[in-house]
Write a protein that binds this ligand. Structure first.
Ligand SMILES: [Zn+2]
Length: 169
């Protein structure tokens, strides 16, 4: 009984001898690349009700505050749909993710190096936290849009559950 439990644990930890790995199993390794990433690489905090999705007048995202210049990372893999400047959003990046949802990162400190069409992996640097556009303090304004996406027929949904799941992970 005890032996069986130990064997199960060894399998879960991936300690099976590699000599017995099938080609399919070998193709899955390495698995170090993250499938998701919290978008702010540093200390951050959420604001009051007005900074939440639906707060204030037509707030379509959630604001996450952090020190100016804190690195921003792609929350999920995808392809850059747009990376430009807008009077309200400031420097922003829109990434279409594999799930069909679009992720929008706004108020970047300086223009992102990413361009429309670029592929990004989860965790890739997309810029840094700033206050460009209509922002009163350095923060990430983060939006999530259902397929087919950002101003393309999708609709914005509350990104907070996603953000909290990423933080937990
Ligand atoms: Zn905002």
């Amino acid at each position: 009984m005890r032996r069986a439990i130990l064997l199960t644990a060894a399998c879960l930890l991936g300690h099976a001898p590699t000599a017995f790995a099938t080609p399919a199993q070998q193709a899955l390794a390495p698995e170090s690349a993250p499938t998701t990433s919290f978008p702010i690489d540093g200390a951050h905090r959420y604001g009051g009700p007005v900074t939440r999705f639906g707060g204030g007048r037509g707030h379509q995202g959630t604001d996450v505050f952090a020190d100016c210049g804190t690195r921003l990372r792609a929350a999920a893999a995808g392809r850059v749909r747009d990376a430009k400047f807008h009077g309200s959003a400031g420097h922003y990046v829109v990434i279409s993710t594999a799930s069909g949802r679009d992720h929008v990162y706004a108020h970047l400190r300086i223009p992102s190096r990413l361009k429309a069409g670029d592929r990004v992996a989860a965790g890739d640097t997309i810029g840094s936290v700033g206050d460009s556009g209509n922002a009163w303090d350095c923060h990430l304004h983060f939006e999530t849009w259902t397929a087919p996406g950002w101003y393309a027929g999708g609709r914005p949904v509350d990104p907070l559950p996603l953000l909290k799941s990423l933080r937990a992970g």
